[in-house]
Design a protein around this ligand. Structure first.
Ligand SMILES: Cc1ncc(COP(=O)(O)O)c(C=O)c1O
Length: 396
């Protein structure tokens, strides 16, 4: 067997393509908006986007990106560490630190790299990183890359977290890393209990707020602020690829942590910095989030309406409590077929299947934005009722 034989023999995706149900890499010909145009011309309601504030095509955000490109070019041609730090990187870091209520902040090229570069740099030999089993893949990969020991606890199970912490030597340094909002289940981390356990067992806490920035907290400033726990959370990461309508990531923390990461985080030092357009777009999106709290209110109004309506219809929404709502629909073929039928009826959603879920518990992951209108949502509910009954996922 050669190393590439696994590729040459790989036909999982092709089997689904042959059935006409392949749901990935679908091409979109329009901007990311509440309605998008699929390649071929079909208009569909977007219920699979993470643009919670609906800012990816906001005129101010687009204008800021164009202006930055015209003034500063298309790329930085180097890493933050060397020739790739511009004044706008530093200015955005200062504004994000203020927004998050931390001493300092560090901008990375993606959220994935933020987690990878932070966790792997911080957890050294004989130190422990402890994560929730449903944390994002970038946390998992960052923990695997670190030289320290890696332990996972059952999803949001505080008794299991305590058991895991008890089994670690009291003298060892411990780092708990947890998603603020879980990206598939749509539930919120039990941060008050996590912080209490961290205090009891001498651990530091890092929160991944990829899905919480803009969404949770009095100003959209994340999960720690939502629980008034900023003083107990050592570090928060965020991404620009969701509410901030761009591409990039950041870590907000005390100045000494940022200083250490600037000189030890390989994903930062050995990768090019985010382009002027990305930085300027994220910055303008941040300003709009701060200026227009009504966006967050609308997002939550939409979320409550849809969660209640799905439950009334008989859908199993699991533990969802945020704008991410997973519908538990059964096996993989049901999820793929449902995704296909929903698209035929004018709705774009993302199916979530093994290994991201157990085999018989696949999800239709639906997410909402501040820019969905009540008409959009009522249209969606009609389609979900029709397709759910047709597929036998809900009763008529
Ligand atoms: C919880 C979580 N963390 C990190 C990331 C990575 O962010 P980015 O898209 O900026 O790489 C994502 C994005 O999918 C996410 O959902």
């Amino acid at each position: 067997m050669g190393i590439l034989d696994k590729c040459r023999n790989y036909d999982d995706a092709e089997e689904v393509r042959q059935l006409g149900l392949y749901p990935y890499f679908r091409e979109i010909d329009s901007e990311q908006d509440t309605w998008v145009t699929l390649h071929g011309g079909k208009r569909v309601l977007m219920l699979g986007s993470n643009s919670y504030m609906g800012l990816t095509n906001h005129p101010r955000v687009i204008k800021a990106a164009i202006k930055a490109t015209e003034e500063l070019g298309t790329g930085c041609a180097g890493s933050r560490f060397l020739n790739g730090t511009l004044k706008i990187h530093r200015e955005l870091e200062e504004e994000l630190a203020e927004f998050m209520g931390t001493e300092a902040c560090l901008v990375y090229s993606t959220g994935f790299q933020t987690n990878l570069g932070t966790i792997s740099a911080l957890v050294g030999r004989r130190e422990y990183v402890v994560t929730d089993k449903f944390d994002h893949a970038s946390i998992y990969d960052g923990a695997r890359l670190a030289f320290g020991e890696y332990i996972r606890y059952e999803h949001n199970d505080m008794a299991d977290l305590e058991r895991k912490l008890q089994n670690i030597s009291p003298e060892a340094n411990k780092f708990i890393v947890v998603d603020g909002v879980f990206s598939m289940e749509g539930d919120i981390a039990k941060l008050p209990e996590i912080c209490d356990l961290a205090e009891k067992y001498g651990a530091e806490v890092m929160v991944d707020d990829a899905h919480a920035i803009g969404v949770l907290g009095p100003n959209g400033n994340g999960t720690a602020a939502h629980f008034s726990l900023q003083s107990k959370v050592a570090m928060t990461m965020g991404t620009f690829s969701k509410s901030l309508a761009s591409l990039g990531g950041f870590l907000a923390s005390e100045a000494s942590v940022i200083e250490f990461l600037k000189h030890n985080s390989r994903a930062l030092i050995f990768s090019a910095s985010p382009s002027p357009a990305n930085v300027a777009a994220a910055r303008e999106a941040l300003h709009i989030i701060e200026e227009e709290p009504e966006r967050r209110e609308k997002l939550w109004e939409n979320t409550r309406y849809m969660l209640d309506s799905f439950k009334e219809m008989g859908y199993n929404t699991g533990v969802a409590e945020t704008p991410i709502v997973p519908l538990h629909v059964g096996d993989m073929m049901t999820a793929f077929t449902m995704c296909h039928r929903l698209e035929e009826e004018g709705i774009f959603i993302n199916p979530v299947v093994p290994p991201a879920t157990p085999p018989g518990d696949c999800l239709i992951r639906v997410s909402f934005t501040a820019t969905h209108t009540r008409d959009d949502l009522d249209f969606a509910l009609d389609v979900f009722r029709k397709v759910g009954i047709e597929m036998g996922v809900i009763d008529s």
